[in-house]
Design a protein around this ligand. Structure first.
Ligand code: LMR
Length: 333
């Protein structure tokens, strides 16, 4: 057979095409917490399911602990398509102009995980996820973590104990207002900077669920943790919409199943993981402060007004819908 330039060129194209055809679809999944947290474990489970169920046609690279992008950067990277999947704290999407997602930051909006799931895994949550489309983001699911506690170097038993404290917060107008209502000075910092900020005294305290407090070793630089359970810490699983909508139909169908099953996995492990983290924290030198009913009531009374205050920002309709679904009644505080 004579090897003309044509046959050599054709062979090269066929070879390239076959290589391209075999190149997996790459998903970069960036997050800011430790691997041994509910989000860290669920990200790895997402990877496992995606690679197994697509028989390698999809490859997921997970980048935990801010190793690829820190908080604010990750949002921008998602919109640029530099990463394909994130699971940021719901209120962190606020930085992209969607105010509704701060609703979970409203203090004491849920009494327990069942109430939270009713909202995030039901029609209210679905309508919230759909709102992300206009940002070029596919809102895939909510991953419901736990209720937040506060840590500081003094025991925080009543609102008055917060007076003058510099408290690290995530970028949420609700949490900013929450800290100011308690007489503290809120300071937004990326999650990856919190340990050093606590260690150097740049801030005096912070709020997080026990799984983050334990895995970030905040107990090394905080003397007290108060079990306020004052607001809900959940994530929104999001994808770059152009990428997600461009997936081949068979792959997209499989990935929709991966989203569903990794969400069920996250929501099935979170409560135990955070309870296990609390048990670990009780073994450290950090003292755990349990509130009396009267002390907890003092926080609820001090913070309940934020629900009304944020109607113009979050939307009265959404807040009322959640109050209705959960029988939220401040007169019971
Ligand atoms: C934070 O305080 O920034 C963390 O809650 C972030 C996270 O993803 O858990």
């Amino acid at each position: 057979m004579r090897f003309t330039r044509f046959t050599v060129g054709l062979a090269a194209m066929l070879c390239a095409a076959s290589v391209w055809a075999q190149a997996p679809i790459l998903i970069k999944f960036s997050h800011v917490v430790a691997p041994d947290t509910p989000k860290g474990k669920a990200a790895e489970y997402f990877k496992k399911l995606a690679e197994e169920r697509t028989h390698g046609r999809v490859k997921v690279d997970v980048y935990p602990n801010s190793t690829l992008y820190k908080d604010k950067e990750e949002m921008e990277a998602l919109q640029l398509g530099a990463v394909q999947i994130l699971a940021p704290l719901s209120s962190k999407v606020t930085s992209m102009g969607i105010k509704d997602f701060q609703v979970f930051d409203l203090p004491y909006i849920f009494d327990n995980l069942d109430e939270a799931h009713k909202i995030t895994q039901g029609p209210v949550g679905k309508s919230m996820l759909n709102k992300l489309d206009k940002l070029g983001i596919a809102g895939l699911a909510f991953w419901d973590n736990a209720f937040k506690e506060v840590t500081a170097n003094r025991p925080l038993r009543t609102p008055a104990d917060f007076k003058g404290l510099k408290m690290r917060i995530t970028p949420s107008k609700v949490i900013d207002a929450q800290m100011r209502a308690l007489g503290a000075n809120p300071q937004v910092l990326a999650f990856s900077e919190v340990y050093t900020a606590l260690q150097t005294g740049t801030v005096d305290g912070e709020e997080n669920p026990t799984s983050n407090i334990a895995t970030q070793k905040f107990y090394e630089v905080q003397k007290y943790m108060t079990m306020t359970n004052h607001s809900f810490h959940n994530y929104v699983l999001v994808a770059n919409k152009r990428f997600w909508d461009s997936l081949p139909p068979d792959i997209r169908k499989t990935m929709d199943g991966v989203v569903k099953d990794s969400t069920a996995y996250f929501n099935s492990i979170a409560e135990k993981d955070n309870n296990d983290a609390l048990a670990e924290l009780k073994k450290t030198k950090m003292q755990i402060v349990e509130l009396t009913p009267a002390e907890k009531k003092s926080f609820k009374k001090a913070l309940a007004p934020l629900h009304k205050q944020f109607e113009p920002v979050i939307g009265k309709e959404l807040i009322d819908a959640i109050h209705h679904e959960t029988n939220w009644d401040p007169s019971t505080f």
